[in-house]
Design a protein around this ligand. Structure first.
Ligand code: G3P
Ligand code: MG
Length: 436
C-alpha cells in the first residue's frame, strides 16, 4: 500500500512552490487576483513562478511539486461546499489539502446566473481558497459551445437571434454575449416592444423597463431559446416561450398552421421550424439557506411542460434539450475540462513516468443530490474509460429522515465533503495526513 506523504516542497528560497497563500510568502511582485485573500492570510507577497497554459492566474506549481495522481475529484457546490453563500465546515480545508498535494479537482455545479469569472471570484472569496475558471463548470457553461457550432451544435448560433432568460435575464444576456452570442433577446425586450403580449401588469415592470433593448425587427425570427438559470417571472417566461414554440418558423407573433393537425406526426406541434429549447439545470430541488430544499429550474421546466401538455392536449411531449447534472453531456464536458486541467498540472511536473499521458483513472463525484450528482456519475460512461465514482454527503438535499434511502445508490455515503475526500484517499492508499 503506497503511503503517499508529499515532501514539503517549500524550502523557502530554494524552490519556487505551490502558491498556497498560507504556506509560504516570499518578497516579490504581488499577485493581483487574490491579493485580498493573501493579505487576510498574512502573506504579504508572492512570487509568480511557472505559469502553464491552461493554468492561469493564481495557480502555479513547479518542477518539485507532487505529481498529480491518476485520480481526481468533482465537487458539487450547493449542499457540498456552500449553503448558498455560507461555506460548509471542512470545505476550505479540503480544497486546500487537494491544492497542497496537487490533486486535480473541478467544481461542477447546476447553479448559474453569473459569468464563470465572476462566480469563481465570488467562490474564492467565500471559501478563502484561490480558484480559477480552469477547473470550474456551471450549468450553462456548455452553452458556450453552441455559439461557435462544432460537435455540440447543428449550426453556430453566434449570428442568430437567441432568446435568453433566467433569474436576471439581463445578466444572462451579458453572459451569453461573453460566450459569443451576438444577437441576444430577453423577455423584457419583447414585452417592451409588444406590451399586449402579457395582458397583466408585469411583476418586474421596473426591471424590464431598465433592462429592455429594442428588438432587431418588430417581429424577429428566434433561432434558439436558452434558460440559463432559475427564472423569476415564470408566468411571462412561459407565455413567451410557448408563443415561440407555436410560432411559424420561430417568427415572433405568428402561429403555425401545422399546430394540432391530427394527420401529422406529433399533431404537427413543433414541426414548423420552431426554435430549439435548451434548459441548463434539471434540479427539481436544491439545498438553499432554508431548512427544507427549494424548487429549482427543474420545477420551472415541469411547469413549461405542464402548460404545453394542456395546450397540445397531450398530443406531443415538449421537445427540448436539457443539460446539467445528471445528463451525460454535462459530465462529458466536465471530464474534458478536468482532463485539460490535469494535463496542465502534469505539464509543469515533468516526469518520465509514461502513465502521464494516460487519462484519469478515477473521478470521485461528491454531491448532495442523488437525482443529479449521484445518478449522473453512476450512469456516465467515459469515452476515455475513466471511472466516475459517486459519493453522497449528508449536508444538502438528501435527508434519510425525509426521503429514505437515496433514489440513486452512491458508492459511499459520508457526513460531509471532508469525509468524502478522506474516504477516497483511503481507497487510493493515501494516509490523508493533514486533512482530518
Ligand atoms: O440552482 C442550483 C442548484 O440547482 C444546485 O446547484 O451546486 O448543487 O449543483 P449544485
Ligand atoms: Mg448540490
Amino acid at each position: 500500500m503506497r503511503a503517499f506523504r508529499p515532501r514539503t516542497v517549500l524550502g523557502s528560497a530554494a524552490s519556487a512552490y505551490i502558491q498556497r497563500p498560507h504556506l509560504h510568502p516570499t518578497p516579490s511582485s504581488p499577485v493581483r487576483t487574490i491579493s485580498g485573500l493573501l493579505r487576510r492570510r498574512g502573506a504579504s507577497y508572492l512570487r509568480p513562478s511557472i505559469h502553464a497554459p491552461g493554468l492561469s492566474r493564481c495557480y502555479s506549481i513547479d518542477r518539485k511539486s507532487p505529481k498529480p495522481p491518476s485520480f481526481a475529484f468533482a465537487f458539487d457546490i450547493d449542499g457540498v461546499l456552500l449553503h448558498v453563500a455560507k461555506p460548509i465546515p471542512g470545505a476550505t480545508q479540503t480544497l486546500e489539502y487537494l491544492q497542497r498535494h496537487n490533486i486535480p479537482f473541478i467544481l461542477l455545479t447546476n447553479g448559474g446566473g453569473k459569468h464563470e469569472t465572476e462566480r469563481v471570484a465570488d467562490l474564492s472569496s467565500r471559501l478563502g481558497v484561490p480558484l480559477t475558471t480552469d477547473n470550474f463548470v456551471q450549468s450553462h457553461t456548455p452553452f458556450r459551445e453552441l455559439a461557435h457550432g462544432g460537435p455540440a451544435a447543428a449550426e453556430a448560433l453566434q449570428d442568430k437571434n437567441v432568446l435568453v432568460t433566467g433569474s436576471d435575464a439581463a445578466e444572462c444576456r451579458r453572459i451569453a454575449e461573453r460566450y459569443g452570442f451576438r444577437h441576444v433577446i430577453t423577455p423584457a425586450d419583447i414585452l417592451a416592444a409588444h406590451p399586449a403580449v402579457w395582458p397583466f401588469d408585469p411583476l418586474l415592470a421596473d426591471l424590464y423597463a431598465a433592462t429592455a433593448r429594442p428588438l432587431p425587427t418588430p417581429n424577429p425570427k428566434i433561432d434558439a431559446i436558452f434558460v440559463f438559470n432559475d427564472p423569476r417571472d415564470w408566468a411571462l417566461d412561459i407565455q413567451i416561450i410557448l408563443d415561440l414554440l407555436q410560432s411559424r418558423g420561430g417568427v415572433l407573433g405568428t402561429y403555425s398552421p401545422l399546430n394540432g393537425r391530427a394527420d401529422l406526426e406529433g399533431g404537427g406541434w413543433q414541426r414548423d421550424g420552431q426554435p430549439p429549447l435548451y434548459f441548463s439545470n434539471p434540479d427539481l430541488l436544491w439545498s438553499a439557506a432554508y431548512h427544507l430544499p427549494r424548487f429549482g429550474q427543474g420545477a420551472f421546466q415541469a411547469a413549461v411542460a405542464g402548460v404545453w401538455a394542456e395546450v397540445t392536449g397531450g398530443a406531443a411531449p415538449l421537445r427540448r434539450t436539457a443539460i446539467g447534472k445528471p445528463h451525460a453531456r454535462t459530465y462529458g464536458f466536465a471530464e474534458r475540462v478536468l482532463d485539460a486541467h490535469r494535463a496542465a498540472l502534469l505539464d509543469v511536473v515533468p516526469n518520465d513516468d509514461d502513465d502521464d499521458s494516460k487519462p484519469l483513472r478515477t473521478v470521485y463525484m461528491v454531491g448532495d443530490n442523488p437525482a443529479s450528482d449521484i445518478r449522473g456519475a453512476n450512469e456516465y460512461v467515459s469515452p476515455a474509460g475513466t471511472t466516475w465514482t459517486s459519493v453522497l454527503v449528508r449536508t444538502g438535499v438528501w435527508d434519510p429522515e425525509r426521503g429514505g434511502p437515496p433514489a440513486y445508490e452512491p458508492k459511499a455515503i459520508v457526513d460531509d465533503v471532508r469525509g468524502a475526500v478522506a474516504w477516497a484517499l483511503e481507497r487510493e492508499g493515501w494516509d490523508g495526513e493533514g486533512l482530518k
